[in-house]
Write a new protein. Structure first.
Length: 146
């Protein structure tokens, strides 16, 4: 099978691979064995950089025996990562606090017996409270109680 790509589509594919690489490896202390296929595909695609006018942005490092994208590509992709992390932070913080508060309010046993719809409905007042608080004050009012 052959796939024809424009230079613009190739650049988008490179950035997509950068984002996937970030997600898979940003917090890993060493290369994950279950992601070798991702790295192999990335290298195969990166090897075509010169053909798509990106030879200065993706280079081969003989010592490391691999292709690597430029700092500019990485920084561009990190803008997407930063947006994602910011949105995820607030969503996760709110959802975890809502789950905690509802469990404290009605008890774990009652919570386990609820349907998804009922749980969602009971969580809503807590969710609204946190969305308003964090929307207005961010983390300013968050404190740990001893």
């Amino acid at each position: 099978m052959k796939i024809d790509l424009t230079e613009k589509e190739y650049r988008t594919l490179v950035e997509t691979l950068e984002l996937a690489n970030w997600m898979l490896h940003a917090h890993a202390e060493e290369e994950r064995k279950d992601t070798v296929e991702f790295r192999d595909l990335e290298q195969k695609i990166f090897a075509l950089a010169r053909d798509f006018g990106m030879g200065d942005e993706i280079t081969y490092d003989k010592e490391l025996e691999g292709y690597f994208s430029s700092k500019e590509i990485e920084e561009h992709c990190l803008t997407y990562v930063d947006e994602y992390n910011n949105d995820t932070f607030w969503d996760e913080l709110i959802e975890r606090m809502v789950a905690r508060d509802l469990a404290r309010h009605i008890g774990e046993e009652a919570l386990e017996k609820m349907s998804f719809e009922e749980k969602f409905e009971k969580e809503e007042p807590f969710r609204i409270q946190y969305e308003e608080e964090f929307g207005q004050y961010g983390i300013e009012h968050l404190v740990l109680k001893p």
